[in-house]
Design a protein around this ligand. Structure first.
Ligand SMILES: *[C@@H]1O[C@H](CO)[C@@H](O)[C@H](O)[C@H]1NC(C)=O
Ligand SMILES: *[C@@H]1O[C@H](CO)[C@@H](O)[C@H](O)[C@H]1NC(C)=O
Ligand SMILES: *[C@@H]1O[C@H](CO)[C@@H](O)[C@H](O)[C@H]1NC(C)=O
Ligand SMILES: *[C@@H]1O[C@H](CO)[C@@H](O)[C@H](O)[C@H]1NC(C)=O
Ligand SMILES: *[C@@H]1O[C@H](CO)[C@@H](O)[C@H](O)[C@H]1NC(C)=O
Ligand SMILES: *[C@@H]1O[C@H](CO)[C@@H](O)[C@H](O)[C@H]1NC(C)=O
Length: 321
């Protein structure tokens, strides 16, 4: 009996002291430790935990997710066995009264991290899991993602954004499914380096990292054009979006104009006429007096994403929106 106990203990110690375990453990931020395990089932890893130097000479007892561990886990420095995705929040307490002292959260990341389940891909071809957009070149941009319905409780742990090793500050949206970032170093210079963005998000103990890299010029989508109006029954005019760059001569937009049959949406292929123009005015030359006039904007030099459509429904009473 005693011999068996020793063998088991010895095996445990060997396992715990194997170097490879340490290499797969990373402290990603204060009180949060990430364990990388291979992309297969049945992993068992001993993870060393410390209650902290401040409590070196105190009697310490540990709990996992607020519950006592059986058999009791005692001591400032301990090792806990993590099986598969079974991480958790390990808190240390002063015994015997149980006062909370400190905690370490253990999260598990599969390696390679390529079988992701927390975020859904956007449906458009090659769109990936993160969608970013900016209304102009001043360095502010916004990114969004969508949690899959079965992981709607997933929480963002950390966001890292940088360009050429320079950090870009970001703020998480209140609903946790987007960020606003402000690249202060960028405006009005030719972009040589991409923005690199990594979102660390966890659902229970499962941690996934999602990365996107892009040039600002590829994500600038002008806002809708404004003041769309009609005069003389067929001359339409409009203005640049309010938040577009000034002076406009350096940051020119071009416009796609289109006429579709009344009752059809602007993206309809059921078109009567289409054209592009640099001007902020267009004269429609068609016989019908019931139609929809549509216009949208695009950066003239980068041919980047189009704005959303604005339109006028032409009829006895013409209405522009
Ligand atoms: C609490 O634990 C963390 C590790 O999770 C450690 O970095 C920190 O120093 C500890 N705090 C104290 C007061 O010892
Ligand atoms: C872990 O437990 C501590 C102490 O109860 C708490 O302050 C902390 O927010 C918990 N962290 C997580 C991720 O549950
Ligand atoms: C994940 O990566 C591994 C190793 O690179 C590869 O064998 C596996 O097919 C990948 N799985 C998916 C779902 O892409
Ligand atoms: C950049 O443009 C955005 C969108 O119009 C605006 O909200 C923000 O205040 C601008 N920032 C600066 C520094 O001009
Ligand atoms: C616009 O019309 C031209 C023909 O005049 C056609 O080749 C082109 O595909 C049309 N553009 C769109 C976006 O439908
Ligand atoms: C396109 O617009 C230009 C003026 O902006 C005009 O000269 C040309 O005739 C138009 N083309 C068509 C097919 O309507």
């Amino acid at each position: 009996m005693r011999a068996l106990f020793l063998i088991v203990l010895y095996a445990g110690l060997c396992y715990a002291s194997s170097d490879s375990d340490q290499e797969n453990i990373q402290i990603i931020m204060d009180n949060v430790l990430v364990l990388r395990v291979p992309n297969d089932l049945g992993s068992r890893v001993y993870v060393p935990l410390s209650c902290g130097e401040a409590y070196q000479n105190q009697p310490v007892v540990w709990k996992k997710n607020g519950e006592e561990i059986e058999p009791a886990l005692q001591g400032n420095q301990v090792k806990v066995l993590v099986e598969e995705m079974n991480g958790g929040n390990y808190t240390c307490h002063l015994s015997p009264d149980g006062e909370y002292l400190n905690h370490t959260v253990i999260l598990i990341q599969l390696e390679p991290d390529n079988r992701t389940v927390i975020l859904e891909e956007f449906p458009e071809e090659g769109a990936g899991h993160i969608h970013c957009s900016a209304p102009n070149y001043n360095g502010s941009f916004h990114c969004t993602w969508r949690r899959s319905t079965s992981r709607s409780n997933a929480a963002v742990l950390l966001v890292k954004a940088e360009r050429n090793s320079e950090k870009i500050p970001c703020e998480l949206d209140a609903d946790g499914s987007g960020i606003h970032c402000k690249d202060a170093s960028c405006p009005y210079r030719e972009e040589q380096h991409r923005v690199s963005l990594t979102i660390y998000i966890h659902s229970d103990s499962r941690l996934e990292a999602y990365t996107k890299t892009f040039y600002l010029r590829d994500i600038v989508r002008p806002a809708k054009i404004i003041n769309l109006r009609i005069s003389d029954g067929k001359e339409f005019s409009w203005n640049y979006p309010e938040n577009w760059e000034k002076p406009c001569t350096y940051f020119s937009l071009q416009f796609e104009v289109k006429v579709v049959k009344k009752g059809f949406p602007c993206h309809s292929t059921n078109e009567i006429m289409n054209n592009t123009t640099d001007k902020m005015t267009y004269t429609v030359n068609i016989k019908s007096n019931k139609y929809v006039f549509c216009v949208r904007a695009q950066d003239k030099y980068t041919n980047g994403p189009f704005s959303h459509w604005s339109h006028c429904t032409v009829d006895k009473h013409t209405v522009c929106t």
